[in-house]
Structure formats: C-alpha cells, structure tokens
Write a protein that binds this ligand. Structure first.
Ligand SMILES: [Zn+2]
Ligand SMILES: [Zn+2]
Ligand SMILES: [Zn+2]
Length: 761
C-alpha cells in the first residue's frame, strides 16, 4: 500500500510570490527538483515564479517543503499557491525563458553585500577573478540598483550591455556552479570596467585602478567613487588633514561622516562592537551601524566631532574591499550628495557636481539605474532602531495583517518616502529626502511613477499630509479623479508604528518630533493620542511656546532658548549668566522679542525636538545647527551614565487634553548651571525627566481608558538613551510597548501610516 502511494505520479503547478527573482531561486529549485527526480520546469514571470513539477507524490511534496524551509538566503516567500494538473509524462527538469505577460505583482530583490565566496576569489591570485571589482554570484551583488524592469533577467538590467564570455557562460549553464543562472555573472573579460580619472573626468592610464586609487588616498587626496547605488566621497579616515579638507570643500563643518573598514578586526580597534552589532555589520544588509568609539582610537576626531559614536560599515562590494586592502584601517565614505539633494549617479552628473570637491574620480561603466543610499541602524539594550532605511532593506515589503486597497501615500516633507500598498503588502520606497529643492521633488515624482509601474498598482486612494504647503501634498493633490485623504502627521506616526506591529486596536500613542501641522494650526510635536487608524483623541502635549522666525529655529536653535527663557521669566531673563543670552546681541534680541510679542511669524509649537534644541543652547552646546538635530545629538552623546535622578515636568489637567509644562525642568537646569553642574549630568537628568513624564502620562491615560499598549514613534526616538529607558520604564509599569521594527521612527515612516489610515477612512 505504502509502495503504491509512493509510486503514484502527480503534477502540480506552484506559483511562488515574493522576493524570488535575482536571489538564486530558479537554480535552487532546479537542484532540488533534480535531486527529487522530478520532471517539469520553472520560469520567472511578472507575477513571481511558476513551477510545474511532475513525479512521485512524496517527492513533489518534498519539493514544496524544501521551498519553504531551505530556500536561498535572500529569498522572501510571501505566498505559495498549489494547483493540481494532469500528468504529461514529461522527462527532465528545466529552467525555461521568462514570461513577461500578465499582471505584475513582484518586486526585485534588494542589493546584497558581497559574499565570502566571491571575496575569496578576488583575493586569490590563482583565480580568474583575482582583483575583479564586480565579482558576484546568485547569492550576492547588485539587484535593485541595476534593474530596469521585471521579471529580473540580464536583459532587464544594466548588465544587458555586457554579454557573457565563454567561461562565464559555462558557469551560467552549470547546475553545480554558484553562478548557475546568475544574471550578474561577469569577469574581467566580459564585465564592467573600472578606471581612474582626474577631476575633469579625463582617464588616467593605470594597470590597476583600485590600487592607484588607494595610493592617492594614502597621499591625502579626496576621491569620488562610483559604487553600487551612487557616489561616495572617500578619504583616509585616519588622516585628520584630509578629513578636514573634505569638510571644508563639502561645506559640512560637523555632521558625522560614515566610515568603512574591510574587516571586523579593523573595526574593533577603534570601536566597541557587541555580538549583535557584529552580526549586523557582517550581514547581507551591511548597513552603517552606529558604534561607541573606543577611547584614544586612531580615527581622526574630525570624522565625528562632539559625538560618542562612529557610523561604521564593512566593505559591501568587491570594489570597496579592493580599495581597503590597500592598507587602510578605515576610509571615510560619505555620500556624494551636495547638501540634501538626491545622490548623483551618472558619471556626467557626478563630474559636473563633485569636481570642486574631489581630486580624482574612480569610475565604472555599469549604469546605476536606481539610486540608493546606505542604510543606518543603531542598537540599544538588545534591540535596534533603523535611522535610515535604504540599501539592503529596500524594496522589501511590510507584510500586513489586514489587506489594503490600492493606495499611494506621498509621505512627509522632510525625510520623505512614499508608500505604495496593494493587498497584504505595503512597499515603502527608498529614502527620497527633504523636499526643499526642485531636484528632490522631481525625485519624489520619479519614485511614485516607478513604484506604481514596477508593482503595477493603479491607486484608488491618494494619501498625503494635512499641510497645504508641503511639496508632497501639492503633488498628491494634482492626481485628479482619485480620492484624496489628508492625514495628520503625528496620527500617521502612531498608526505607522502600531500597524507595523500588526496592532489595529485603539492604543496609547506617543509621537515626539520636530514639527507637524496640528488640527488647531499650531506646530505639533509632542503628542499623546488615544488612536487607531480610524481616528484619534489628543490627550496631552507640551505647552505651546512661540517659534520666532518659524522654520528658522531649526537652523538657529538658540532662538528657541530665547523663546523659552523669556516666555518663562519675562525680561528678567536678560540677566541670566548664560552664553546664549550674552552672545545674542541686543539688536537681534529685540527683533526676536518683538516678533514673539506681535505674534509675527512666530507660530506656537509643542515640538519635543524644539525643547531639546533649547536645552542644548542653554547649556552652550549648540546655538546654530549645521545639520538637523545637531544640538539634541550632542546632548545625547554626552550623557553621564549612572546619573539616575531627574527633573520634573508640571501637568495641567484642567482641560480634556493635559498640558505638560517644561518650565520647572528648565528652571532646575538654570539652577544646576548656576551651581556649576556639568552638562553631562544635566543632560542625564533632562533625559530622565522626559522618560518619567511619558510614563506618567501613559499611566494617566491607562486610568482613563484601560488601554495598556503604547506605540512610540517620531524622530526624537532616534535618541536611543531615551528609547531604551522609556521602553524599560513602561514595561516595568505593565505596558506593552510597540516600537518600529522595519521602518525608521523618523518621518520616513509617515507614508506607511498615511496608507493605513487612508485605507480605513
Ligand atoms: Zn557571491
Ligand atoms: Zn566573463
Ligand atoms: Zn514627524
């Protein structure tokens, strides 16, 4: 009986959806099917992959089990449908050409860091790919940044112009090779070319461009390097003069630069690395990980001044590895964006835009179809938070517990991303950036068109922010004939965090950030809400203080210190023995005070980011910010560990929405300054006060509503001291705490929240 069952032959059609192209899925199926003695075929389609398998029933089932349990490391299976077919008596299993018809419901794989096998080859003088800068295989290499269309095949990528040589083609056809059906397969004979050029773009003849570049970097030169998703500007990270030269040419005085090392032991020489951080650095994602600096390390102080951390990544392409093997502990690898414009990726653009910064260019002729920044993550107390979600993560979808209608959400104004949702999946785009210049706005439009095309989504609903002046709102409003849904910024933050965690019930939401337009026209930014996707009640916020000059306070945070100090103390603030008062000359002070008194360009704000700005300015740490959040980052960086006491906020519970008054906190800080307390201890007490205040408000909300789940979102929670302490404190008080898992808590997460809310309305 058993024998008879095993012998019964069946044929099944399997449709597998998800990230199943460009990840070695077809070779994997081919191998398993052959091992299982199955006949049939596998093909890429615009809808995923289709497998037809014929053979003994047990063997077909074993194939299905292994698809789920041992698929290739970079594959992400979202669904597997089975359909019974009649047997055909076919012999042998084959990979057949892609089928391009039908509805598209597939995204390409993210770019993946170079694998160890490929690295070994480029370091082996006897290997034919010795020192080949574009080595890759089915397990690694570029995907998202080179793909022009789906399905993923060489013909739909920028590798199209590099036909394989005989040796490469042999590997491509060999089921035992790790390059079997590798669409990026190439070698020095047939693949992309690397060359060195002067600052005008003229090629400099040399035998080994990577080696020549390493020698220039050793001499303190600045080299613009064309990489995977755009250009980096590189200098030797141990050469203080070179780093300072880069800072002055890039007009970036203090914002930390990311650095790259070849190996973990290099990293451990200058930074503390936990086991979790180690695993993340060496993962296929290979993001920038923010690590604690070691005291007395050899990295130039100018790489990350006033900061206790260093942003570090490991070489994630063979090219990077070759450069670093030229004898560097680390190279600065900062993105080639000028100010906040999107990364330049064509050779012509880069030479035009970076010639006044770079001394040389290291170029290649594999076109970057799609730009992509480096991702950034930071660990805290056993968890991590994503500071920027890009290379390695994009374009993986968020799998939703509740399906969404076809929606395109246009996101926020700063740190913009968009979100295209369809069915059970929401796709948050690459990082688009701050929509302050035309170029980034065009980049946003490009991203919308591309995501809708690649995912074949025709949106029924368009979502955007409530703010009428945001470029994202304007673009969204131009989409005629579709339902437009405007969403409050902090509501989007909170729902984004909850839905990412699969929670759709009403919860207590805490959103702390710099700015978002509120229902009352004020600039909100420290919002406690009882919320679900359908709506919210605002239950508490920081007391409003004016922002003299509106958005100018972001670049000139000392203005907020003036606002708070004079708002609390009136004219007697003039006598405070603080540099922020002394250094603001009388004329300027009069202008600011007049603006606030006349309510002229001084919108009221409850922004938590603004309170952090004010504290940083009062402590003399940052009057004018050269990058967003400079003061708060400095404030977090210098916290004295072991200081457990805290200042106290006051609460006014007289109306339905509680008002949190920071005045007692600021008065205690002034008192501590007068007594000669140092900023590290004051910063710790200030942070502890914020944690305590949030825990208190959550407890009050629980009393009123019985709700016990808290969702935490907003750029302020990139502060991991705050996030770690708050999560701990809330958990100890019996709350379930939801934090962002695969999105950043900053405004990158807004588009996803907008999509979920728009679906609900
Ligand atoms: Zn590889
Ligand atoms: Zn070749
Ligand atoms: Zn925000």
């Amino acid at each position: 009986m058993v024998l008879k069952q095993m012998a019964s032959v069946i044929r099944k059609k399997l449709t597998v959806k998800g990230t199943v192209q460009g990840v070695g899925f077809r070779p994997f199926i081919y191998r398993v099917a052959t091992e299982c003695n199955l006949a049939g075929f596998i093909a890429n389609t615009t809808n995923g992959v289709i497998i037809e398998a014929e053979g003994a029933e047990a063997n077909v089932n074993s194939l299905i089990r292994r698809i789920v349990s041992d698929g290739p490391p970079n594959a992400q299976i979202l669904s597997l449908d089975q359909q019974n077919l009649s047997t055909t008596g076919e012999n042998g299993f084959s990979i057949i050409p892609s089928r391009g018809n039908g509805e598209i419901s597939l995204m390409v794989a993210p770019d993946t860091a170079v694998c160890l096998d490929c690295l070994r080859e480029i370091n082996d003088p006897s290997d034919r790919r010795f020192r080949y800068p574009f080595n890759s295989c089915v397990n690694c290499g570029p995907r998202y940044t080179i793909v022009e269309d789906v399905p993923f095949d060489r013909e739909t990528t920028s590798m199209r112009v590099f036909p394989m040589c005989k040796a490469c083609l042999r590997e491509y056809r060999d089921p035992d090779s790790r390059r079997f059906h590798s669409q990026t397969n190439s070698c020095r004979e047939c693949g992309p070319r690397l060359w060195l050029a002067d600052k005008h773009g003229n090629e400099i003849p040399c035998v080994d461009a990577a080696l020549a570049t390493a020698n220039l970097l050793k001499k303190g030169k600045i080299v613009a390097i064309r990489g995977l998703g755009g250009f980096h500007l590189a200098v030797n990270a141990e050469d203080d003069d070179a780093v300072k030269l880069l800072r002055s040419r890039k007009k970036r005085p203090t914002k930390p630069f990311a650095i790259m090392s070849a190996r973990l032991d290099n990293v451990k020489s200058y930074a503390h690395v936990t086991a979790q951080e180690e695993a993340m650095l060496e993962s296929r994602l290979a993001p920038i990980v923010l690590l604690q600096k070691r005291k007395g390390n050899s990295i130039a102080e100018s790489v990350a001044p006033n900061n206790s951390t260093l942003g570090v990544m490991l070489a994630y392409t063979p090219l990077h590895s070759l450069l670093l093997s030229g004898g560097f502990r680390a190279l600065v690898m900062t993105s080639g964006n000028l100010s906040e414009e999107p990364i330049k990726c064509s050779v012509e653009d880069a030479i035009g835009n970076l010639a006044h910064i770079a001394d040389y260019f290291l170029l290649h002729n594999r076109e970057i179809v799609r730009r992509c920044d480096d991702s950034i993550v930071k660990f805290y107390g056993g968890n991590h938070t994503i500071m920027r979600r890009a290379r390695g993560y994009v374009p993986r979808p968020i799998v939703l517990e509740r399906p969404l209608k076809p929606i395109c959400a246009y996101g926020s104004h700063l740190k913009n991303t968009i979100c295209v949702a369809k069915g059970g999946h929401a796709y948050v785009s690459r990082y688009v950036g701050d929509l302050d210049n035309l170029e980034t706005v065009e980049y946003l439009e490009e991203t919308v068109a591309e995501m809708e095309r690649l995912l074949s989504v025709r949106p029924e609903i368009i979502a955007c922010d409530m703010h009428p002046d945001y470029a994202s709102t304007k673009l969204a409003s131009e989409r005629t004939g579709l339902r437009l849904c405007k969403v409050q910024h902090h509501h989007a933050h909170i729902v984004s965090c909850a839905a990412e965690n699969g929670v759709y019930d009403r919860i207590i939401g805490v959103a702390f950030d710099g700015a978002g337009l509120g229902d009352d026209g004020a600039v909100w930014g420290s919002e406690f809400m009882i919320a679900d996707a359908a709506g919210y009640d605002r239950v508490a916020h920081l007391k409003y203080f004016p922002m003299p000059g509106g958005d100018a306070v972001v670049r000139e945070p000392y203005r907020m210190a003036i606002s708070y100090l004079f708002g609390m103390m009136g004219d007697s603030a003039r006598a405070l023995p603080l540099d922020v008062i002394r250094e603001t000359d009388d004329g300027r002070l009069a202008v600011l005070l007049n603006m606030m008194r006349r309510n002229d360009n001084s919108p009221p704000t409850s922004g938590m980011g603004r309170l952090f700005d004010a504290v940083a300015a009062i402590l003399g740490l940052c009057y004018n910010a050269t990058f967003e959040g400079e003061g708060p980052v400095y404030l977090e960086s210098l916290i004295e560990r072991g200081v457990e006491d805290s200042y106290h906020f006051a609460f006014d519970n007289s109306s339905k929405c509680a008002v949190i008054d920071p005045s007692p906190v600021l008065m205690s800080i002034l008192e501590d300054v007068r007594k000669g307390s140092e900023p590290p201890a004051i910063s710790a007490r200030f942070h502890n006060a914020v944690v305590r205040m949030v825990a208190d408000i959550c407890a009050m909300s629980r009393e009123k509503t019985g709700l016990e789940t808290v969702a935490v979102s907003g750029g302020v929670f990139q502060n991991t001291y705050l996030l770690e302490r708050l999560t701990k404190s809330l958990s100890e008080h019996g709350f379930t705490v939801l934090t962002h898992k695969s999105l950043s808590p900053n405004d990158e997460c807004i588009s996803f929240g907008q999509a979920v809310i728009a679906n609900e309305r």
